[in-house]
Design a protein around this ligand. Structure first.
Ligand code: MG
Length: 334
């Protein structure tokens, strides 16, 4: 479906203040962010990071992944991280499960929410997951059915919806078909991934409208945008205008995708919170507390992180943040 400005006149900003304009920020830094860092963060530091994210007001945090440690050594401590996290009313900790074995480990860890992943494009699916889309879907049907039998909440992530680094454009109809398949398999919600930052706002409108046309309710759609080429916030705003209310972010913009050439830069959750808060849209998140978690993470990684609000926050920090246990300003200024 092509973007037609006569069909989608913009901006279509809904009135703010009403309950339905509140957004949910789904935090991915502990999993998506850290798995793409060369440095392995200690379990202690992961737990501290996640506790800081919880204290900021985030309700949905993807905390780890039950993949084989040989594949992603950064997340080898998945069970220990989950065991050490204090459960809190209203906070959902999510774990990524690639297959039935991963789901079994998730069940053993008593995590109640799991995320699955496959790609909208065949080539990316093969390179990222080493199987065809058809094989992935068959496997995920089993994973999702088992998770639902365990009364877990399931989020199905679909990568490369907005473009594939190998194939280029991904037909909207193929993404929509897979989304419908995943929901029919029992997934509670979807996350549409712009894996290498190829998306644009017109495309976001077109894909959300196509999903609605296929009968997918807006509350079941989430957007996972990447800022690889600087379009994440514009795409998020377009998604919000189209009615989406769940957006993935990674504090301070940590993480990317190691299987997508040149891809980096998850949308920064602090950028998202700032954007929505500035418009009067409720996020439930304290921006200063969230930015503080980003500073903590940058300090533990020992490198500067790309989030725009993160960098602003560092520049605006008091002259001696070390007094608060934070890093010196100079270490993180690019
Ligand atoms: Mg990502």
């Amino acid at each position: 479906m092509a973007y037609d400005p006569m069909v989608h006149p913009g901006p279509r900003l809904p009135a703010v203040g009403a309950e339905q304009t509140a957004v949910r920020i789904y935090e991915v830094a502990p999993r998506d962010g850290l798995q793409n860092e060369a440095q392995v963060v200690t379990t202690d530091d992961k737990v501290e990071l996640i506790e800081r994210l919880v204290r900021s007001g985030l309700t949905d945090i993807e905390v780890t992944s039950f993949v084989r440690a040989a594949w992603i050594p950064q997340l080898a401590d998945a069970a220990e991280v989950l065991a050490r996290l204090p459960r809190r009313e209203g906070v959902r900790f999510w774990a990524l499960v690639p297959n039935v074995r991963g789901l079994e480990r998730a069940v053993e860890s008593e995590v109640r929410c799991v995320a699955t992943v496959m790609s909208a494009s065949e080539t990316h699916n093969k390179k990222n997951l080493n199987r065809t889309r058809r094989e992935s879907l068959a496997g995920l049907r089993e994973v999702i059915a088992t998770a639902k039998a365990e009364d877990m909440r399931v989020r199905a992530c679909l990568s490369t919806v907005f473009g594939c680094p190998y194939e280029g454009e991904v037909p909207v109809a193929e993404s929509v078909g897979l989304c419908v398949d995943l929901l029919e398999a029992g997934a509670d919600e979807l996350a549409l991934g712009d894996t290498t930052g190829m998306g644009n706002p017109a495309q976001v409108f077109a894909i959300v409208e196509a999903l609605r046309g296929a009968g997918v309710p807006l509350p079941r759609i989430g957007l996972h945008m990447h800022d690889t080429k600087g379009t994440a916030l514009a795409n998020v705003l377009a998604g919000w205008q189209a009615g989406v209310r769940t957006f993935d972010g990674s504090v301070a913009g940590v993480g990317g995708c190691p299987y997508a050439p040149g891809a980096s830069g998850n949308a920064a959750s602090d950028d998202l919170v700032h954007l929505f808060s500035a418009m009067g849209v409720q996020t439930g998140v304290d921006i200063d507390a969230l930015a503080g978690a980003g500073v903590f993470l940058a300090d533990r990684l020992g490198r500067s992180l790309p989030g725009r609000y993160h960098r602003f926050h560092l520049g605006a920090a008091p002259a001696s943040p070390a007094a608060e246990g934070g890093p010196s300003r100079a270490r993180h200024t690019a």
